[in-house]
Write a protein that binds this ligand. Sequence first.
Ligand code: 5RP
Length: 226
Amino acid sequence: MTQDALKQAVALAARDYVAAHLPAGAILGVGTGSTANLFIDALASIKDRLGGTVASSEATRRRLEGHDIRVLDLNEVEEMEIYVDGADEIDPGMAMIKGGGGALTREKIVAAVAKTFVCICDESKQVATLGRFPLPVEVIPMARAHVSRELIRLGGVPQLRAGFVTDNGNLIIDVQGLHITRPAELEARIDGIVGVVTNGLFARRGADVLLLATASGVVERGRDSA
Ligand code: 5RP
């Protein structure tokens, strides 16, 4: 099975998960990336059940609106039942690296509001220890050099993502060489560097449910069984 076929399979499984678990008329948070895009396309078939969606990026907002799916400003939303998003890596404790698409800050904000974070990915994203995928860090432009120096002090090898500006008008530094055994600790430490907006570790608020596409089908795992 190709990776694209696995992404398609998990996108359909996520649509079915939403159909089964989202109360009619409730609000759904929608992530960003190629897996999330396939999920959005599948979601179109149950759009009448949704009270509305919140998009984690401008690209996701455009894709949802392309299917005539209602997109709300997060500030208008008091409660969000489910947030569905992909990941670049996920570990056995359901901590993730996200932000390969550069949408990490809005993704983390939407995830913070959601009651249930459903991570959708193929089995290539499953790792024993986070850090093989470079960790994205969103920074205020004038802090780029300072943040890079601090990331080197933490043992990383920072590289500016060339020609990329986030939806929030900031830069992304991708950090290689981190072997992340304590993701929640490192998440807090990097967020504490002045000039960092967010980093792509989703450990303090990890996934609650994992829908994992494997060659033999999509497997559902909860926090305790991951
Ligand atoms: C975007 C993300 C994505 O969820 C992550 O990069 C996975 O993307 P894909 O589904 O294309 O593999 O965090 O900021």
